[in-house]
Design a protein around this ligand. Structure first.
Ligand code: FAD
Length: 467
């Protein structure tokens, strides 16, 4: 009897523990992707990007004589009916650690097992299973540095080779057409605008890693904060769909470190921030929905408001913030330094709840990762574990002087401020919905709030909360 391989955020062939385990059974294998309500509900940009990843993965499987079956519906129902149709002995998948997926997967596992079917989950999405990293007292880590110390010398098993073939079943089950799923339908700006900025699929991800190690790892630490420089790996986009494994990246970074690349250890540390985010999400799933530190419930955050809408539109009148927001809209990504500044401006200068920002990022980022996004927002807002102290308020103008001294980043994305606006800056005006009423040639907006006044207001609210 065949096995069903339920693919989700693990769309690769190499270093795939579930695939290796499945291959070793000698059974025919039926790769499957389910568009279930949980996947259906994610933001516009990541959903569109996931669709590209599925198409690439289906082509890779096809090239080795296998096939990706596509089905839509509730996961358990789809799995049960496919098992009945194909006589499958069971299902294997790679583990997920967000609360929505965990609840779904736990229910699937127990229902399948109750019927005597095989239901097996495997690691691969993170380097270390979240429950295997424990403090001396047996709890989980709330602070990054001790977490890093706990994992930095842990052995990481070597990456697994890709299988050369996947045994096919006697006949292939019916499959939906990916186009019928219209995974890009909610991308109001239209897919083509973001497309040139994506590197889709396993081969592109590996090429990115190799390019980074060969030409950027050395200078990474010194250059990574400058948003106009191609200094970081951009692998977050590939990691989130599992087009590459963290283990492949870890080993490449580790080798570079041993060969003396100055920035390689720092790169590994950043990769471990991702681990830490999933560690936190596993142990405190509410990190994505409520203030991690409860004392923040008393803070007078504003709900969504017109100034937050101006922030979403890249029309705050604060050049670095607007460049960041427009970068995200046009490219599907945003530089890490810019994420911190844009998030700080929303939560501090505009005193708007971090959840408003978290939701917009979840809609716009092709590298959307529920754990990193939640940790990032709560870190900036000050409400998270190991967060930046609230009183450390980023000054977007000072940050621009430091990290964008020639204003190349700002000019790349804010047409009103550039002498000769380039393609990305102008694309923004074609990409935004007509209802936003933005047209090229409009004068640049005056700032929503003077930086010093915004800073003082936020600090005063903070002092009052603490009083
Ligand atoms: P590199 O500098 O090349 O780093 C290598 C890898 O390390 C990244 O690919 C990523 O997997 C990991 N990493 C680096 N920095 C962080 C970090 N601060 N937290 C967690 N992992 C990190 N990252 C996402 O992947 N998805 C998100 O939705 C996301 N939302 C964020 C929201 C806010 C408010 C903030 C401040 C940060 C957010 N980040 C998010 C983290 C970070 O900005 C991105 O991971 C990074 O910009 C990705 O670029 P890169 O791949 O070139 O990173």
């Amino acid at each position: 009897a065949p096995l069903i391989l339920w693919f989700r955020r693990d769309l690769r062939l190499a270093d795939h523990p579930m695939l290796t385990a499945a291959r070793s059974t000698g059974r025919p294998l039926i790769p499957l992707f389910i568009l279930d309500p949980e996947t259906e509900a994610i933001g516009a940009a990541p959903k569109w990007r996931w669709g590209l990843s599925i198409a690439d993965f289906a082509a890779r499987l096809g090239a080795m004589g296998s096939r990706l079956t596509l089905r839509r519906g509730r996961a358990l129902e789809v799995l049960q009916s496919l098992a009945a149709e194909t006589g499958a002995a069971g299902v294997m998948w790679s583990r997920a650690y967000d609360p929505v997926s965990k609840a779904r997967d736990t229910a699937v596992k127990s229902a399948l097992r109750q019927r005597g079917a095989l239901a097996e989950s495997h690691p691969g999405f993170v380097l270390h299973e979240p429950w295997t990293v424990e403090t001396g007292q047996g709890g989980f880590y709330r602070v990054y540095t001790p977490y890093w110390k706990a994992v930095k010398d842990r052995p990481v098993p070597p990456a697994l080779p890709a299988p050369d073939r996947l045994p096919a079943p006697q006949s292939w089950p019916r499959s939906d057409l990916l186009d019928d799923w219209a995974m890009g339908a909610a991308m109001r700006r239209g897919a083509p605008i973001c497309l040139p900025y994506q590197a889709v699929g396993e081969a592109a991800a590996m090429a990115r890693l190799e390019r980074f190690i060969a030409s950027r790892a050395d200078a990474y630490k010194a250059e990574r904060d400058f948003p106009d420089r191609e200094a970081t790996s951009r692998l977050s986009e590939n990691l989130t769909y599992g087009e590459i494994s963290p283990r492949q990246i870890w080993h490449a970074g580790f080798r570079a470190m041993q060969q003396g690349a100055a920035g390689a250890e720092h790169f590994l540390k950043e990769l471990v921030w991702r681990e830490f985010a999933w560690h936190l999400m596993h142990h405190t799933p509410e990190i994505a929905t409520s203030n991690w530190r409860e004392e923040w419930n008393a803070f007078p955050w504003r709900d969504d408001n017109p100034q937050a809408e101006a922030w979403r539109r890249g029309m705050t009148g604060e050049p670095f913030v607007d460049a960041a927001m427009r970068e995200m809209y046009v490219t599907g990504t945003m530089h890490n330094r810019a994420r911190m500044i844009a998030a700080s401006y929303l939560t501090k200068h505009l005193m708007t709840h971090w959840k408003v920002g978290l939701d917009w990022f979840a809609d716009c980022l092709t590298d959307w990762d529920p754990a990193a996004n939640a940790m990032g927002w709560q870190w900036v807002a000050g409400s998270g574990p190991d967060a930046a102290p609230y009183f450390r308020i980023f000054n977007p103008a000072g940050q621009a002087d430091r990290f964008d001294p020639d204003r190349r980043y700002i000019h790349r994305f804010v047409a009103e401020l550039a002498r000769l606006p380039g393609g990305a800056a102008r694309a923004y005006f074609n990409a935004v919905p007509r209802s936003w009423g933005l047209a090229e040639g409009r004068p640049y907006p005056t700032p929503l709030i003077a930086l010093e006044a915004g800073r003082e207001r936020a600090l005063a609210a903070y002092a009052e909360r603490n009083a």
